[in-house]
Design a protein around this ligand. Structure first.
Ligand code: ADP
Length: 726
């Protein structure tokens, strides 16, 4: 049973009411607390909103300030732009050149006064006018010189030019004789900016300069022509002076007189060199020097120059060497005289500026693009004083020299290299220079020449009995060149530094030895093992006291390729245990059609006289400068007759005759007629001459008929052929 059941009803009602009331009170309390919480929230929100409003207000104020500042900045910028624009235009107005801008439609949008000036009075020329219209107005109103074009053509040309991408500045002449240069540039936006530069003064100056240049060139040509004529006129009497001193020198003179005469001759020769240089230079300058090409032998040309300069090189103890490319032909068509002149200048300088060592001429060449032509490089290399870097261009100028302590002592005009450069240029080539101060210089040049057709003479065969070939020379450069030349002949020489390096076995009679002259004294005198030939390598004429070794013969360096071959080809076949048949020497020589005449004469004038006297006859004349050369020339190719001077340097005519007679006797050869040519006729001299094995004697001055008589005595059937040109 429930407790309520125990209470009376009114109590129960009251209890229920109390409970209901309690409930309502608790609900009320809850509602109150909710209202309080809500009120709190509301209060908080109100506070928040107030804060936000305050913030918004302050932001609005900041923005307003910033806005004001920006407005001020804008105003300032606008006024700066206006100032800049005004300055720009004021500047553009101050310049004298015209300035204009055209928009992408080619209409004028800006122009300064200078640009508009030529169009004064033409109302159309204002902002907005198209470029083509400006051009038309300029042409039609006669503002510009159309230079012979029609108005329409000129306008078309100008408009076409306007549309080109790559425009060159254009010079226009206005009616008032002013010149302007128009320069256009397209901007990135496509506008065209035009600059019109006043060129009147520049053009006037250029015209003046042109006139001055033409006048100067004419004056220079006149000067060169004058110099050329004068030099030529001076040279002619100078030759007379020199010829007379030569003749005078042959007469009896006292020691003093001879000294004076030598001085006159030396000064005269020096003067002639200068005159020749000046003459050549002025001829080139005046454009009067023409090349005369003809077939010639380049190797011989180089060799001749070296022989010419050998006396001065020998005096200084310098070796002259030639390295001629073994694959390069020797016959070319060119102006031999001028090539010789260039070589003489370069080799002459090399010898002049070298105290010790060598001067080497290297010649190499390759076929050129043009068929039958060769590009030839010639380098003259010396071991001399060298040329400082800053002087290497300078010395090619006229009268320029390296003027310092080092070479002030050398004489010369300073014209040689200038002439060389011009001559090589005339031949279509170039000159260059390498140098190492204190070590030496190399002057080089190249020219392209056609090879001479059919110029190469068939070469004689080398003997098939040749054994070992040895080269004994301490000079590496010279030795290498001999080695190269022998190798080019298909031989395989062995090379030694000195005699001590040669193996003990020594030489067989078939061996051939090339030995430096400096080593000859060391050759053992015992005649046990003589080679077939011992070529003594000499620079120039041999010292008179030099004893040749057994089977020795002089080989003068530099020598030509074919000379070396001839010398080897002409060696007598050695007598060995099983000797091959030995033909007599006379039969070995190739059959000669012409009379072979050898003349020994050291005096240049007399050489000339002799040549002149004999020029009427169709003979082969070789000239030797002294007795040594005479003997060498005789051995090289036996002549039919020898004319010899008596007093000559190194070896006189009598000694030369004695050597030749001894050689003939040793080889069982018929003696050739030897005719002396002497100025000293006297009984005593005549006896000496005969004693030396000389057959006849002619007294100087020589007469053509006397010479001819001797020639006739050796000519086949006594007939002396006359040269056709005579
Ligand atoms: P020249 O020899 O008459 O003075 P060049 O024109 O031939 O005139 O030479 C000009 C100068 O160049 C010479 O004076 C010399 O100073 C210099 N020179 C030429 N060749 C050589 C060389 N091989 N070695 C050193 N110097 C040289």
């Amino acid at each position: 049973m429930q407790t309520t059941e125990w209470f009376p009803d009114d109590l129960r009602v009251r209890l229920a009411a109390e409970r209901a009331m309690e409930q309502k009170q608790s609900e009320l309390a809850e509602a109150n607390s909710k209202i309080a919480a809500h009120a709190r929230q509301l209060t908080e929100k109100v506070i928040e909103s107030r804060t936000e409003i305050a913030l918004v207000k302050s932001e609005a104020e900041t923005l307003r300030d910033e806005n004001t500042e920006v407005r001020h900045d804008l105003q300032r910028a606008q006024s700066a732009i206006q100032i800049a624009e005004r300055r720009l235009w004021e500047s553009l107005e101050t310049i004298e050149d015209g300035f204009a801008v055209f928009d992408t439609n080619n209409c004028l949008i800006a122009a300064n006064r200078a640009f508009l000036a030529p169009f004064q009075g033409l109302e159309e020329i204002q902002i907005g006018v198209p470029f083509a219209r400006i051009v038309r107005l300029a042409a039609e109103e006669g503002l510009v010189d159309l230079e012979g074009s029609s108005t329409d053509d000129w306008i078309a040309e100008m408009v076409a030019r306007w549309n080109l991408d790559d425009r060159k500045p254009l010079t226009i002449r206005f009616f008032n004789d002013t010149f302007v240069r128009i320069i256009e540039r397209r901007t990135r936006d496509g506008d065209m900016v035009l600059l019109v530069v006043d060129m009147t003064e520049t053009m006037a100056r250029a015209r003046e300069l042109d006139d001055a240049r033409i006048k100067a060139e004419a004056a220079s040509r006149a000067k060169s022509a004058f110099l050329a004529n004068m030099s030529h006129e001076i040279r002619t009497p100078m030759n007379g002076v020199l010829a007379m001193t030569e003749l005078l020198g042959e007469s009896d003179l006292t020691a003093d007189q001879r000294l004076y005469l030598d001085t006159i001759r030396n000064s005269g020769e020096a003067l002639l060199v200068i005159i020749n240089d000046v003459l050549d230079y002025s001829r080139i300058e005046a454009g009067k020097l023409a090349l005369t090409p003809a077939p010639f032998d380049l190797e011989k040309c180089v060799n001749d120059v070296m022989l010419l300069l050998q006396p001065s090189a020998r005096e200084k103890g310098i070796d002259l060497l030639i390295d001629y490319d073994m694959f390069l032909p020797t016959g070319f068509v060119g102006d031999q005289g001028r090539i010789r002149q260039v070589l003489t200048n370069l080799v002459g300088n090399a010898v002049k500026f070298t105290e010790a060592g060598h001067v080497l001429v290297r010649v190499v060449g390759l076929p050129a693009i043009e068929a039958g032509h060769y590009r030839i490089h010639i380098v003259v290399e010396d071991t001399g004083i060298g040329i400082p870097e800053d002087m290497r261009q300078h010395i090619f100028g006229e009268f320029n020299q390296v003027e310092d302590q080092m070479n002030r002592s050398f004489d010369g005009t300073g014209l040689g290299l200038a002439i060389t450069k011009r001559l090589v240029g005339l031949m279509g080539g170039e000159v260059w220079l390498d140098s190492d101060v204190g070590k030496g210089s190399s002057f080089g040049f190249h020219i392209t020449l056609p090879a001479a057709r059919g110029g190469d003479v068939p070469e004689p065969d080398l003997p098939d009995w040749l054994g070992q070939i040895s080269i004994i020379d301490p000079n590496h450069v010279g030795r290498a060149l001999v080695h190269k030349q022998l190798s080019a002949l298909g031989l395989a020489p062995e090379v030694f530094d000195g005699l001590g390096d040669v193996p003990e076995t020594a030489w067989s009679p078939r061996d051939v030895v090339f030995i430096a002259a400096s080593l000859v004294a060391e050759i053992p005198t015992a005649p046990t093992a003589s080679p077939a030939a011992m070529f003594v390598l000499c620079q120039g004429p041999v010292a008179p006291d030099m004893d040749l070794p057994p089977s020795g013969q002089v080989l003068t360096q530099p020598f030509l390729r074919h000379q070396l071959r001839d010398r080897l080809a002409n060696l007598p076949t050695p007598v060995v245990a099983d000797p091959p048949p030995e033909p007599p020497l006379a039969e070995q020589a190739p059959p000669q059609t012409r009379l072979q005449v050898l003349a020994a004469e050291d005096n240049k004038t007399n050489q000339l006289v002799l040549k002149k006297l004999l020029s009427a006859y169709d003979i082969d004349l070789r000239i030797a400068e002294n007795g040594r050369e005479t003997v060498a020339a005789y051995r090289e190719a036996r002549p039919d007759i020898l004319f010899t001077d008596i007093s000559m340097p190194l070896m006189d005519g009598k000694d030369a005759a004695r050597e030749i007679r001894a050689y003939e006797a040793a080889h069982g050869l018929d003696p050739i007629p030897i005719v002396a040519m002497t100025a000293h006729a006297g009984a005593e001299m005549a006896a000496e001459i005969t004693a030396a094995g000389i057959d006849h004697c002619l007294t100087k001055p020589l007469r053509r008929n006397d010479l001819a008589e001797h020639l006739r005595s050796v000519a086949p059937e006594g007939e002396l052929p006359i040269r056709e040109t005579e």
